[in-house]
Design a protein around this ligand. Structure first.
Ligand code: SF4
Length: 321
């Protein structure tokens, strides 16, 4: 398989200005290299504040890049702007976490779905409407929804409108930014199944961001685990659940609730002490050193590199060297 979108030593820093003057640099993404292959779903997980949403948004050029490079089908898009970037904006879209706040409450469904379409294509009235209705049907709705407003729908239906809005311009790469975490558990599976069907039908590639590993388990072919702006482990999905190697991944997996009380009894929970440090005050050495239950003296000296330990399985930890 070939990479559709590739980050090479990608960095995204924000400068935070203090109320009393002065400033500090927040390293939200700090040297991530990641190649997402055509047609795959790559799951990206980590606690809130680990930088996963910033990484996704930087990869689709919603944010400017601070350092490193971004390639779409091998073409360098790191510094493109204006007209040169415009075709890539169409090819890379985003599905937001909260469909309620991402949809303009004063626009009806037809206007909401037409908005990105009108920016990219000049269609006649009938063709435009047909395209919108076709897209609505793909997400399990029909033309009776066209004149309704976001508040008239349930959360799941609103997310379907959000998905239709992202996909109506026929993108190739879609950042799914926690697309099910704001939905009722009862409809999460429906939306995931629909995203899988649309992927197959439209030949899509997904970067699926989630804050816990249970959400991405079934949809992802590979999973990356992020901590404090760094990717600490990348693995084929099944292998990650079977044999997680990074202490942070092990802790995240041990925290997944197990519905079967007998099996749950056998799982040893790994409680992490302390909070995630601020990305503006990175610890020296391994980014996980302040919370790692297995930290060694050398972990405080320098950061371990992400290295392949078995085919397709990469880990950044001295324990695996
Ligand atoms: Fe823990 Fe050291 Fe491995 Fe970092 S390198 S995860 S601190 S054992």
């Amino acid at each position: 398989m070939s990479a559709l979108l590739e980050a090479v030593d990608l960095k995204k820093y924000f400068t935070i200005r203090g109320a009393m003057g002065g400033s500090r640099v927040l390293k939200a993404v700090d040297g991530v290299s990641l190649a997402i292959e055509k047609g795959e779903t790559f799951g990206l997980v980590g606690e809130s504040g680990c930088g996963k949403t910033t990484l996704g948004r930087t990869m689709i050029r919603l944010y400017d890049v601070t350092g490193g490079a971004l390639k779409f089908e091998g073409n360098d898009i790191t510094k493109l702007t204006g007209r040169a970037l415009s075709p890539y904006r169409q090819r890379m879209q985003i599905i937001f976490q909260d469909p309620y706040s991402s949809l303009n409450p004063f626009m009806d469904v037809e206007e909401l779905i037409a908005e990105p379409l009108d920016l990219r294509e000049k269609l006649g009235k009938a063709e435009r409407r047909e395209r919108i209705v076709q897209m609505l049907q793909k997400v399990g709705m029909d033309e009776t929804a066209l004149e309704k407003y976001p508040h008239e729908f349930s959360g799941g239906q609103r997310q379907r409108v959000g998905i239709a809005r992202a996909l109506v311009v026929k993108p190739e790469f879609v950042l799914c930014d926690e697309p099910i975490s704001a939905l009722d558990v009862s409809i999460q599976a429906q939306v995931v199944n629909m995203l899988e069907d649309l992927q197959e039908e439209m030949g899509l590639t997904y970067l699926f961001v989630a804050h816990d590993l249970s959400m991405v388990r079934h949809i992802s072919r590979r999973i990356g685990v992020m901590y404090l702006g760094h990717i600490v482990e990348i693995s084929p999905s099944k292998e990650l659940y079977r044999s997680p190697l990074h202490p942070y991944t092990q802790a995240l997996l041990s925290a997944i609730p197990i519905p079967d009380p007998k099996r749950a009894k056998d799982i040893k929970r790994i409680a992490l002490s302390g909070d995630v440090p601020s990305p503006s005050k990175m610890p020296k050495g391994c980014p996980f050193v302040t919370r790692c239950p297995r930290a060694m003296p050398k972990c405080k000296e320098s950061a371990p590199l992400l290295k392949e330990v078995s085919p397709g399985h990469q880990v950044a930890c001295y324990l695996t060297e």
